[in-house]
Design a protein around this ligand. Structure first.
Ligand code: SF4
Length: 261
């Protein structure tokens, strides 16, 4: 069996959701515009380092999504996001702080690791390059709000960065955050991941895989706002109707949700 960071984080956010998605095969077509835009933008950044036309790549990749019935956030539109993306690519190129010296072999690199249980763990690293002359793992992120920069060193707590450091064995990691707002901004967030943090992550992965293979799929324990995985879970449409509308008794037999057990 092959596991990935996404699988581990899905299980940790809600084991039941993990089961629906990875074991029951309840895969929904994802139409979230920010997520699909992020994928298109990554292709454009990769093109930039290959000295191709990044704006043309963004237009092409984002164009593929245009008629997919995208779900936009706030005031976003397809055109507005494209325009912001082009501005961000220009800003990033002007900054010149990140470098990828061998863009054809050091972008979107697959790393594999054999776990103690004999299972495989796979990661795809956006790039291995340099930030301000320091060799490091590079990860691209697109967002509509700035990432926090305080307290100092907060990026070292990002589990995905810890995962990438664990997979590559490289201490230095950096998130390049492309912020889509009225005046676009590129954030350069660096972190040094300690050996202790990598070991902790390895233990977390082993422990999570053990739970999955033991068949432990309890649902998330209930609603607690504002951060609750149920509010964005594609399976929450199976919740009892009174939970979703706030009135009436349950009329539907549910297959999912903290109320279904
Ligand atoms: S609705 Fe909530 S409890 Fe149910 S699968 Fe989704 S996240 Fe888990």
């Amino acid at each position: 069996m092959t596991y990935s960071y996404t699988q581990i984080s899905q299980y940790l956010s809600c084991p039941r959701r993990y089961r629906h998605r990875y074991l029951d095969g309840w895969q929904e077509k994802d139409t979230r515009a920010p997520m699909l835009f992020g994928r298109a933008f990554e292709q454009a950044v990769a093109a930039l380092f290959r000295r191709e036309d990044p704006a043309a790549m963004l237009f092409e990749q984002w164009g593929v999504c245009k008629d997919m019935g995208l779900t936009y956030s706030g005031n976003d539109t397809w055109d507005r996001m494209l325009q912001q993306g082009i501005q961000l690519l220009e800003r990033f190129a002007q900054d010149g702080r990140a470098r990828v010296r061998r863009p054809r072999s050091t972008q979107q690199i697959q790393f594999n690791r054999t776990l103690g249980s004999g299972n495989n763990f796979v990661s795809y690293i956006d790039a291995i390059g340099e930030l301000d002359g320091t060799p490091c793992v590079l990860e691209w992120k697109t967002t509509s709000a700035r990432y926090p920069e305080e307290p100092a060193g907060i990026s070292a707590l990002d589990p995905q960065l810890v995962c990438y450091s664990w997979m590559t064995g490289i201490d230095e990691v950096a998130q390049i955050v492309f912020v889509r707002k009225r005046l676009v901004e590129v954030q350069y967030l660096r972190a040094t991941i300690s050996d202790e943090k990598r070991q902790e992550f390895a233990t977390l992965v082993d422990d999570t895989v053990r739970r999955i293979e033991s068949g432990l799929f309890l649902p998330h324990s209930g609603i607690r706002f504002p951060q609750n995985p149920c509010t964005t879970c594609p399976f929450h449409r199976n919740l009892p109707r009174q939970t979703r509308s706030g009135r009436g008794r349950a009329r539907a037999q549910t297959r999912s949700g903290p109320w279904s057990v």
